[in-house]
Write a protein that binds this ligand. Structure first.
Ligand code: ATP
Ligand code: MG
Length: 180
């Protein structure tokens, strides 16, 4: 399984529809300061289920929507789609390509789609749980995260190992069953 393509529009500095293809292997994103490298990684993190505006360097969710520039008006909707190659069946879906979309409107509307079918954000989180690519997993290591992992309490550090071992999904279900 690998990330094949990102399609986005209205997300942070990406006002127009932007499509980025990724080949297999290592991809490096380079560019001058302020050109959108971090915004790109945040777009990925957001689709994977990030719910905290702060973790996306904003104060409120509206801050992820293109806010306008000297030459462009602001837009109202941010939309990002990740297209994952699932030929190896890594994700438990009968599709060789899986698209995950998240859309946010300034009016507060928020929509999610798996393979263009409407779903809940929880469905995305559940699909990715134990895959190692969930928003809190080890697939996105941001600046400062390595240090944080070392400084974490053992209980908190354990979460990373549980996700890698593939038990996070069951633990999560157990916790919510116990709460009911
Ligand atoms: P650096 O090399 O300094 O880390 P970078 O390539 O990671 O830079 P980003 O932080 O991704 O750059 O991009 C910052 C730019 O994105 C800023 O110019 C900022 O104004 C712009 N930006 C962020 N949010 C929005 C938004 N909602 N609307 C329009 N532009 C935005
Ligand atoms: Mg940056």
């Amino acid at each position: 399984m690998h990330l094949e393509r990102i399609e986005m529009s209205g997300f942070k500095s990406f006002a127009d529809k932007t499509v980025i293809e990724f080949d297999e292997g290592v991809t490096a994103v380079v560019g001058p300061n302020g050109s959108g490298k971090s915004n790109l990684s945040e777009a990925v993190r957001w689709v994977l289920g990030e719910q905290s505006a702060k973790n996306l360097r904003g104060k409120k969710m509206d801050d992820i929507v293109f806010a306008g520039s000297q030459t462009r008006k602001p837009v109202n909707i941010a939309e990002v789609t990740l297209i994952l190659n699932n030929e190896d069946g890594f994700l438990p879906l009968e599709f060789s390509e899986v698209s995950i979309t998240r859309r946010y409107n300034r009016n507060g509307d928020s929509d999610c789609f798996i393979n263009k079918k409407p779903c809940r954000l929880k469905d995305i989180t559940e699909l990715l749980m134990d895959s190692g690519i969930g928003k809190d997993s080890f697939s996105m290591i941001s600046q400062g995260k390595v240090e944080q992992i070392f400084q974490n309490k053992p209980e908190d550090r354990r979460v990373i190992f549980e996700e890698a071992a593939g038990v996070a999904r069951y633990k999560n279900r157990k916790t919510s069953a116990e709460r009911k």
